[in-house]
Design a protein around this ligand. Sequence first.
Ligand code: HEM
Length: 417
Amino acid sequence: MTDFSNVSPERCPVSALSDTFHLSNEQLEAVFRKARTESPVAYLEDIDFWAVTRHEDIKHVLSDKEKFSAEITLMPLAPLAPEIRNLLEERNFSPRPTLSNNEREDHERIRRNTQSAFSPARNKKLEPYIRKLVNDAINRFEADKRADLVRQMVYELPALVLFKLLGIPEEDVKNIKMWADSRLMLSFGKPSLAEQLVAAGHLADYWDYCLDLVKKRMEAPMDDLPSDMLAVRAGDDRILTIEDINNVVFGLLLAGHETTTNMSANAILTLLQERNSWEMIVSDPSRIPSAVEECLRFRSSVVAWRRLAKTDVTLSGVLVPAGSKVLCFLPAGNRDEAKFENGEHFDINRKDVRSHISFGFGRHFCLGAPLARLELQVILEALSKRLPGLRLAREQSLMPVETVQFRGPKELWVEWD
Ligand code: HEM
């Protein structure tokens, strides 16, 4: 494994990641610590981004819509080759910015009306299904006394929950997962041209699938989010257009899958490393919601989130010129000692446990946060109740996933007696 323990703050952790994908949690956190104290706002020449690592600065960047635009949030890290653009055009692939990268006035309207469909009642309906998925997974591996919790539980789980939310039938699940992986690779990986062409075909397949799904729900509503959104719309384009609904359905798969898979693995890993905290939730499950928040703060799965500076702006005394691309390092802000007392320390009893920025901040704050919290809570409840002696297996690499935007272990081997 490459040693980045001496990485200077000027050497961007994200560019280091894009070279190797091999930075461990501890190495990444050491880089963030150094950056936050020595150069909290730094221009990273090799990738042409400004890195921002302090809590207050990140909140400012994410929430000040006069000075920062979210339009570059989902832009592929590597520009798409002309062949890919042609293929997507031929396939009528035409999603438009709707939520996380939408800077138009209609963001507020679409968000408000999506939120009323994506309601606590909808999450409540999903809860028994989430519990069943988690318990079925434990039933399958319980007798083995050993499991890779990524492969055997948390890789599939958030995708299956999203499929249920979106009303995607079981028989289509395999295809959709393949398309979703391709989309992720195209947006945040470093694919070859041949891989890009295959992935772009999958992207267009998934777009067509979403259009078809919404059309079917218009003809025959079911108990799912697209049908709820159509009900909120009530035939009125001023509330939501069909195009808005197509785009939200298309966008949710990426937003709610990788983020939650990695966060679930990070939470289990952290609690097993911080054994006292694990014992606390085993003996008192009412502490699980606080444990979830502290895991989100301590080891967020979203490493970096992007914005574009619309005007010259000064952050921590440094001038960031208009037109600059900015990377907000959420895990760095989450350990900022200026915000969190003893911020490098994991403590499920801290008072300000919900003040982290793992779900972003301001007008684009994560719409799926209640669902993600629910999934994390159910996973921890079931594991701590059914396998209280759970421990990390000794020999394992904890290699991180190969995307630059997210972090989490590729495998998480655990054991119990
Ligand atoms: C632990 C899991 C998750 C994490 C860490 C996470 C993190 C984030 C972050 C950092 C943002 C950007 C916020 C900003 O720009 O200020 C975001 C936005 C968003 N997330 Fe999540 N997310 C998670 C799970 C989910 C789930 C499960 C869903 C849906 C099912 C979801 C849907 C969305 C949507 C729709 C947006 C865009 C909201 C807008 O722009 O108005 N997320 N999320």
